[in-house]
Design a binder for this molecule. Sequence first.
Ligand code: C5P
Length: 316
Amino acid sequence: MRLATVACVSVIPARSVVVRAPGKVNLYLEVGDVREDGYHELNTIFQSVSLVDEVTLAEHHELQVRLRGGNGHSAGADSVPTGQRNLAWQAAELLAERLGREPNVDIGILKSIPVAGGMAGGSTDAAAVLVGLAALWGEEIERDELLELAAELGSDVPFCVYGGTAVGGGRGELLTSALARATLHWVLAFSTQGLSTPAVYRELDRLRAAGTQPKSTDCDELLRALAFGDVAQIAGLLHNDLQPAALALRPDLRRTLSAGQEAGALAGIIAGSGPTCMFLAESAHHAVDVAAQLAGAGVCQSVRVAHGPVKGARVV
Ligand code: C5P
């Protein structure tokens, strides 16, 4: 008798940590001039929303990143590099170097935030690795040091650690908490294809050089509306300087924005550098209604509802 069965043993990790890593939207995004370092000076209001990636960290003999789509959709997970070009990988190397350790960890990312969607999906995974690895390794890291490491990885990474609602200055990494009294209910329309953030910033520079200077509204007015929790007023003050550039690169998104308005959203703008479109609803119930109508309009790949603010990357 031949017994040729090869056992495929999956090793249960001795210790692992799970981190919930929320995506973000920009309620307000004013883009200044290009700086000498190539970044643009920003004045923005970030908000973390309840669309989250789940990042599991486990001790391993070497550093590795594995990705898969969560909630029944790929979120573009199959298009993400899993090696050194992945920001989560870079986060593990950076923290290990700072702590004088080897970055031997298995990083499993269950993606729900769309890849290259303008919602800081890659940045929030990196934030989750910083927060989660510190916990896995039993290291106490001061919040300021964590935010400093986060800023080395990318402009949005500090906010992904910070969470809630915050004003971002500098290239987005200088944060001040903002009071947001109301829970905001969002409808998010995802696109089939992502947009490159640098390409959108370059397009904005090109539009400005050609004399099309998008006009910003008033950030302070929106901060006051957020503090009062006046959703209708907030809707009228949502603003994104990157929107004309994203629409120049992806004119089809105009149809998505119009469909959201027709579906009864209070307002709709492009999320960050796009192509995700975000719509504000009056309530959780209203958001589900808008989402259902938008999903039927055939103007995007998929639609999700989410609320904000929620906390930044946290171990669960
Ligand atoms: O900081 P991060 O690597 O996430 O930025 C990605 C790209 O987005 C930058 O290389 C730059 O082209 C653009 N960017 C910018 N100004 C910012 C943030 C990002 O021009 N404040």
